[in-house]
Design a protein around this ligand. Sequence first.
Ligand SMILES: Nc1nc2c(ncn2[C@@H]2O[C@H](COP(=O)(O)OP(=O)(O)OP(=O)(O)O)[C@@H](O)[C@H]2O)c(=O)[nH]1
Ligand SMILES: [Mg+2]
Length: 321
Amino acid sequence: VSSLADDVAGGDRRALARAITLVESNRADHRAAARDLLAELLPRTGNAVRVGISGAPGAGKSTLIEALGVRIVDGGASLAVLAVDPSSSRTGGSILGDKTRMAELARRPEAFIRPSPSRGDLGGVARRTAEVLLLCEAAGFGVVLVETVGVGQSEVAVANVVDTFVLLVSGGGGDELQGMKRGIMELADIVAVTKADGDLAGPARRAAADYRHALHLLPPRHPAWEPVVVETSAITGAGLDELWEAVVTHRSRLASDGSLDVLRRQQSVGRFRTELFERVAERLRSNGGARFQEVEETVAAGRVVPSAAVDDLLDRLLPDT
Ligand SMILES: Nc1nc2c(ncn2[C@@H]2O[C@H](COP(=O)(O)OP(=O)(O)OP(=O)(O)O)[C@@H](O)[C@H]2O)c(=O)[nH]1
Ligand SMILES: [Mg+2]
């Protein structure tokens, strides 16, 4: 583990890939090794610009990341791209899609692209994403972009590990705003209306105006930042500089008034609590064993109300001290 940590810190890509595999594994011995590895690398983390890019399936995330990513590395930064896709049924296609959609970026030595396998629950996805991001920072990447498909709560998980959250919407899908959950809009520091090219340029402009209006009605996430809407096209390159400028400005505003520290502290504590509560629940279930099932049966049969069954079980398994 110690020599793997050294290799990761030295920027060795193959070591980084192995470290990520370790962190993503569920095997108990791998988990233990991953824990040691992260502990050793932790002092080298925290320095990247962490950006989340989320949007509906097919919104244009990968294509945008490819075009934006090439600009970022052209600008002299090193870039890691992580793809998170919790909907396992789509994973195979998505990984293939990402490989081909980011072909140019994948050839650049300053870039590292890692499609994350999306086994498991949301908590697992959140933990792995956070830890893989830390590994990329320890390996020296200046920018980490996390792509996530907005299919529910995965974007919340990703918003909890990044500094700047970009919501990507497709200019063609004018009705998207109607069905969009308020909670997702509230996460957005930046909305990028993409595919603003050709026939879609007009609809994209109208969609951008709608989003500006909608964002205006929401309470701001940070006192120092009013969410912005940019129109982009991964095909013509329009708006990409503006988008990156917005990310950099957002990030430096947060850094300069101390909100970045506050945000990251809250994120760490939030992940700690989420994981703690999930794991306590798991352990209760497995330690409860047969008793757990017995109690569930009494609830199922309508003999006890759920809250009373919980009181009873908790008193026995986790007594108040
Ligand atoms: N006209 C136009 N088409 C685009 C643009 N960006 C992406 N597309 C097209 O939109 C489709 C979906 O693009 P992707 O980048 O794979 O979208 P995604 O959001 O990553 O999709 P998933 O990862 O599957 O959720 C592809 O056919 C792209 O060629 C754009 O800026 N303009
Ligand atoms: Mg994609």
